[in-house]
Write a protein that binds this ligand. Structure first.
Ligand code: MN
Length: 240
């Protein structure tokens, strides 16, 4: 079992935190509720998607060159990379030139997940983490994702190459032949990854990515958003 520090030693060793805006981060403790997943689109030297699963206070990570697919016939290569700190989940921004992974990053999708081979464990974090640890040793994970773009059951299966896994969609009602990566906007800020060359990054704490905290009653009255006229169509994350 890696020590808390050891878990992120590879992540830390690869980065110069006086030069990159990426979070230094630490192993998260005291988290409650369902486990979180995130997919970051990363316009590095080669465009790819970083698929990350929260487990034991860090984000298990894979780089998926073609991105995830909802198509059942597709097997997408997923190369395992170093564990990332939990805080990394909400990172959107620009990794400067000459730094490790230089290029733009957006949060392409996020949500909660649970292992799903032996029932769902959204309400039992300890059991969910136990099954994920077990799956990492065996080289086979089956997870139910509840994201904005990615939904349903997915498998990650390790190949004979230790770091190379395949990501594929299990058959369920969320299977689709549509190329999900064509939905190219950040689920946090509404921008496409190339927009980060022109607009500032949008940052929120990782803990705000998925619903959490105490439920509270709805306000008695909500003021509706009113329509407006505009001279031309526009795109703004505050509007649908
Ligand atoms: Mn990456």
């Amino acid at each position: 079992m890696a020590t808390a520090k050891g878990k992120l030693s590879e992540y830390t060793a690869k980065r110069a935190f006086d030069a990159t805006p990426e979070p230094k981060g630490d192993v998260a403790t005291g988290r409650e509720g369902p486990l979180m997943f995130v997919v970051q689109q990363h316009a590095a030297r080669r465009m790819h998607y970083d698929f990350r699963l929260e487990c034991d206070g860090v984000l298990l990570s894979w780089a998926v060159p073609k991105g995830p697919s909802l198509d059942r016939g597709e097997k997408r290569l997923a190369v395992q990379t170093e564990d990332h700190p939990y805080d990394y989940a909400s990172f959107e921004g620009v990794i400067p030139p000459k730094q490790y992974g230089s290029g733009e990053v957006i949060v392409w999708d996020c949500g909660v997940y649970s292992p799903d081979e032996q029932g769902l464990h959204f309400g039992d974090r300890a059991e969910a983490e136990r099954q994920i640890r077990d799956g990492m040793v065996k080289g086979k994970l089956s997870v139910q994702l509840r994201g904005v773009k990615l939904k349903g059951s997915f498998a990650l299966v390790r190949t004979k190459e230790a770091k190379s896994w395949l990501m594929l969609k299990h058959k369920d009602r969320f299977v689709s032949a549509d190329e999900v990566t064509e939905q190219d906007r950040s689920v946090l800020s509404g921008i496409a990854v190339t927009d980060l060359k022109f607009v500032p990054a949008h940052r929120i704490p990782a803990a705000q990515l998925v619903p959490a905290g105490e439920p509270s009653p709805l306000p008695a009255r909500l003021e509706p958003m009113h329509g407006e006229t505009a001279p031309a169509p526009f795109n703004d994350p505050g509007w649908m």
